[in-house]
Design a binder for this molecule. Structure first.
Ligand code: PDD
Length: 284
């Protein structure tokens, strides 16, 4: 894999070495976390579910009132980055970030401002085997704002929770709000009860994950019953199986919540079946 310095990235209309990007300290992403982003997988130099990610990006941009961006053009940007970074693109993550732009610091939207757009590939995350062997998660109070459907770059609550998980030797911290399970810092979560997959419904309290969408499609196709309904915190421990869903995690079996073992203490059959089907979708 190339190191960051040799990587060609996209920044405000141009392709350049990553080292050549210079972002103003007055960028509102830097000052306010005023922006949105997407993380997309690239398998075998092909972008996975790009149109779904762009649809979600459009939603985020609309909700935060950044209007003057040609979102469709980002597909071309992604493909160009793949061409320009062929080695990395074999198994990679495409990161896209849009901020409101650069202007003297003021909470109000500045007039005549152009969004800052950055996109780059990086090598796919390692650790597949550890994920497939089964993960520990911890539960934490959801300290985030009320619009988790917007993929905001303001991720402080997520960052602090992820770090707390690491301190407790857990892969992920999963949030609890009003005594129900919402989602993880960078994943959605589902649990299996008597063969039915249960997961929090979309809305303002979770990010509508693309991986979650793929999993629900697979359940539908394979006649696995699904209930999109919030799971009470106390009930989660009674699940037969639990799994995480996310672009970087894919489907990650959970075998431990805090210090309690889940189900058999090993990745469960429904989770493994979905992992297998998910792999087949990627291979296509
Ligand atoms: N995170 N929930 C949250 C809070 C997330 O940040 C993510 C993705 C997901 C899963 O969504 P998807 O399946 O579309 O990746 C759910 C990305 C990977 C990140 O921030 O790195």
């Amino acid at each position: 894999m190339k190191n960051g310095r040799e990587m060609i990235v996209y920044y405000n209309g141009s392709y350049m070495q990553k080292d050549s990007v210079s972002i103003s300290p007055d960028d509102r992403g830097f000052l306010f976390g005023d922006g949105t982003y997407e993380v997309i997988r690239v398998y075998n130099s092909r972008i996975f579910r790009m149109s779904d990610h762009l649809k979600r990006l459009k939603h985020s941009l609309h909700e935060i009132e950044i209007r003057s961006l040609d979102v469709a053009h980002l597909e071309h940007v992604g493909k160009t980055l793949i061409e320009k970074n062929p080695e990395t693109a074999q198994d990679a993550v495409l990161y896209i970030q849009v901020t409101r732009g650069t202007a003297a610091r003021s909470h109000l939207f500045p007039e005549h401002i152009e969004p800052t757009v950055y996109a780059a590939l990086s090598g796919a995350p390692a650790g597949r085997t550890a994920i497939d062997n089964g993960l520990k998660i911890i539960l934490l109070q959801d300290q985030r704002w009320g619009r988790c459907d917007i993929k905001s770059i303001s991720l402080l609550a997520n960052v602090l929770a992820a770090e707390e998980a690491r301190k407790q030797d857990a892969y992920e911290a999963v949030f609890v709000r009003d005594s129900v399970i919402t989602e993880g810092t960078r994943t959605n979560i589902a649990a299996v009860f008597d063969g039915t997959v249960e997961t929090h419904p979309t809305g303002h309290r979770i990010l509508g994950g693309i991986t979650r969408d793929v999993v629900l499609e697979l359940c539908h196709r394979e006649n696995i019953p699904v209930r999109e309904q919030a799971i009470a915190e106390a009930r989660l421990y009674e699940a037969d199986e639990i799994f995480l869903m996310g672009t970087t995690t894919e489907i990650g079996p959970v075998i431990r919540v805090n210090d309690r073992e889940i189900g058999s203490g090993r990745p469960g059959p429904v989770t493994q079946r979905l992992q297998k089907s998910f792999r087949a979708v990627i291979a296509r």
